[in-house]
Design a protein around this ligand. Structure first.
Ligand code: TMP
Length: 207
């Protein structure tokens, strides 16, 4: 039976997720696979609207629970409209960020109870977890200059301690779950891509 695969690209700000997601999609297409690129929060018109709400800088403080619920609302829509239909049609879905981001940013960064994030994940996607996650690990000090020159959104404006907490949760999860492959993304792009190429090739052989 036709079976798609779900690959996610994770990492902090300025880790190179978009360019490396493109690289994975091109690599899969080169192997004759039907691959779709998408992202979170976002991936559908409605979910992209929620993304704009989440990223906008505003005077009103955003309650961490509100933020978490908005992220899962966008995720529910994305799963229903894009991820599940694509996987059922046998397509490979390459998604920038998924629930690992929510553990890193909302539980790690904002201090939302992890058990609550787990409950919401169970409610919204049950056991639909990525088959493979490429975690692009970059020390906070390396990532910050990569952001210079961009207009910073509500998350990018957080302080270094916030991103250290985000990174700590990512690294913890990378240690805990075999599906998460940690890649040192502080090196030059060609080296990073060698590792991504190797990880995706290994995954394709084993699945
Ligand atoms: P991006 O700019 O890397 O595409 O992501 C937008 C922001 O959304 C990023 O700063 C992290 C944040 N985010 C969360 O805080 N939790 C989540 O679950 C997701 C998917 C993104």
């Amino acid at each position: 039976m036709l079976r798609g695969r779900f690959i996610t690209i994770e990492g902090g700000e300025g880790a190179g997720k978009s360019t490396n997601a493109d690289f994975v999609v091109e690599f899969l297409k080169g192997r004759g696979l039907d691959a779709v690129a998408t992202r979170e929060p976002g991936g559908t018109p409605l979910a992209e609207e929620v993304r704009s709400i989440l990223l906008a800088r505003r005077d009103e403080t955003v309650d961490p629970l509100t933020e978490t619920l908005l992220i899962f609302a966008a995720r529910a829509q994305h799963l229903a409209m894009v991820i599940e239909p694509s996987l059922h049609a046998g397509r490979w879905v390459v998604c920038e960020r998924f629930t690992d981001s929510t553990f890193a940013y909302q539980a790690g960064g904002r201090g939302v109870d992890r058990a609550l994030v787990e409950q919401l994940a169970e409610l919204v996607h049950g056991d639909r977890w990525p088959d493979l996650t490429l975690y692009l690990d970059v020390p906070t000090a390396v990532a910050s200059p990569r952001l210079a020159g961009r207009g910073l959104d509500r998350f990018e404006r957080e302080d270094r301690a916030f991103f250290e907490r985000v990174r700590a949760v990512y690294r913890e999860r990378a240690d805990a779950y075999d599906r998460i492959i940690s890649i040192d993304a502080s090196r030059e792009l060609a080296r990073v891509r060698q590792d991504i190429h190797a990880a995706v090739s290994r995954f394709m052989e084993s699945s």
